[in-house]
Design a protein around this ligand. Structure first.
Ligand code: PLP
Length: 396
């Protein structure tokens, strides 16, 4: 990792572009800038690269290439699924987990109508969607057009039992969408296509360029799926000239994160995060880890800091050269309670003290250690400031 990025702990927001992705992007932008739909030699070469890329994405997910639609990212893919499901798929509304990203929640509400979108609750201990609730709902309620459960949560990192949800939906004859924006590039992707009908992926979350991603649609819908209409691109499934440099950059970023490589490195990376977590609770008494025992992405930790609002910590961390996040949230200034934190059982006051740190593939033990030391130091400073103002007992 380059020096200026050594203290970057916001990979769930976006990852820096990898060298391979940048090189692939640049080469394609310089050499293959032609419109893949045009009819001369250079355009043909661009078209071949595009279709090779489609095959490569399909292979990684275990799908037929026809199922892959390149998009401008996860937001577009999620909007496309909701718009299509609401307009063209039979069923009563949509069921989505209580911690879906706004790019799933908002289009679901807009397309189906708020009343027709049911939330699947999450168990606060595991941060995972409640499968027993889903079983009851499937048994007792009219079938929805679609169930949508993300693969891994962007704020808590909690892994979702998406394969189990997919199996239940398949058995019940309900279409299943999985927003895998935080999973792909961090965890093995093989088999996703076989289990889920729709899968969303997003390049910049794993070191590809911004503004590019993909959506997998079910085999049965490859003839009729529509979202952006206009030209005949993407086999008529999504109009708009394809961003070939972006797509090739995305693949290059994914190439060095093959399933085997990811699986081999996961335990070691998780151990670094876990060591940070253990030390944090010891060194900063009053800190609470959100869903400590849950299965989480190896890179993510969400915690409630003691006493002072998260923005005070973040401002000081930023000044010390650390990029972390409040989670998307009710951080002061925004005022709205976060639906994810609510689903995790945090109260309103705690939500204002939440910090999320999300590391990357090259984040080292010393990066985590530096963050720990900074947090301890800042905690001291904040307490001292408050004591000086007479707000905390025991000041010297
Ligand atoms: N879905 C999840 C789970 C995400 O974490 C994000 C980004 O934070 C998105 C969707 C939206 O991605 P983008 O803004 O790149 O379209």
């Amino acid at each position: 990792m380059s020096a200026e990025l050594s203290r970057y702990f916001d990979y769930n927001a976006t990852a820096p572009i990898t060298v391979a992705a940048r090189d692939a992007w640049l080469e394609a932008a310089e050499r293959h800038w032609h419109n893949p739909s045009s009819l001369y030699r250079e355009a043909g070469a661009a078209k071949r690269l595009l279709e090779d890329a489609r095959e490569a994405v399909a292979e990684r997910l275990g799908a037929e290439p026809e199922r892959v639609i390149f998009t401008s990212g996860a937001t577009e893919a999620n909007n496309a699924v909701m718009a299509f499901a609401a307009r063209s798929m039979p069923g009563a509304g949509a069921w989505i987990s209580a911690m879906e990203h706004p790019s799933v929640r908002e289009p679901a509400r807009r397309e189906f109508g708020t009343e027709a979108v049911a939330a699947l609750p999450v168990l606060p201990e595991t941060g995972a969607v409640d499968l027993a609730f889903l079983d009851r709902k499937i048994a007792e309620t009219e079938k929805p057009a679609l169930v949508s459960v993300m693969a891994a949560n962007n704020e808590t990192g909690c892994l979702q039992p998406w394969a189990e949800v997919a199996a239940r939906c398949r058995e019940a004859g309900i279409a299943f969408h999985c927003d895998a924006a935080q999973w792909i590039g961090k965890r093995p992707a093989a088999g996703m296509a076989e289990r889920a009908d729709f899968v969303t992926g997003c390049a910049h979350k794993f070191g590809g360029p911004k503004g590019v991603g993909f959506l997998l649609v079910p085999d049965a819908l490859v003839e009729e799926f529509r979202f952006l209409v206009g030209g005949p691109q993407e086999n008529r499934l999504r109009a708009g000239t394809e961003d070939l440099p972006g797509i090739l950059g995305m693949l290059a970023a994914w190439d060095d994160k093959s399933d085997d490589v990811l699986a081999a490195g996961e335990a070691e990376r998780r151990a670094l995060r876990d060591a940070f977590e253990t030390a944090l609770v010891e060194r900063l008494p009053g800190t609470r880890i959100v869903a400590p025992g849950a299965e989480r992405l190896w890179n993510t930790i969400m915690f409630v800091v003691p006493r002072h609002p998260n923005l005070k910590w973040l401002t000081r961390l930023s000044a010390a050269g650390f990029a972390v996040s409040t989670g998307s949230a009710c951080s002061a200034g925004r005022g709205n309670p976060s639906h994810v934190m609510e689903a995790m059982g945090l109260d309103y006051e705690e939500m204002g003290r939440v910090i999320r740190a999300s590391g990357g593939w090259d984040t080292t033990a010393s990066d985590w250690k530096a963050l720990l030391e900074a947090l301890v130091r800042i905690g001291d400073d904040l307490d001292r400031g408050k004591r000086d103002l007479g707000g905390l007992p025991g000041g010297s």
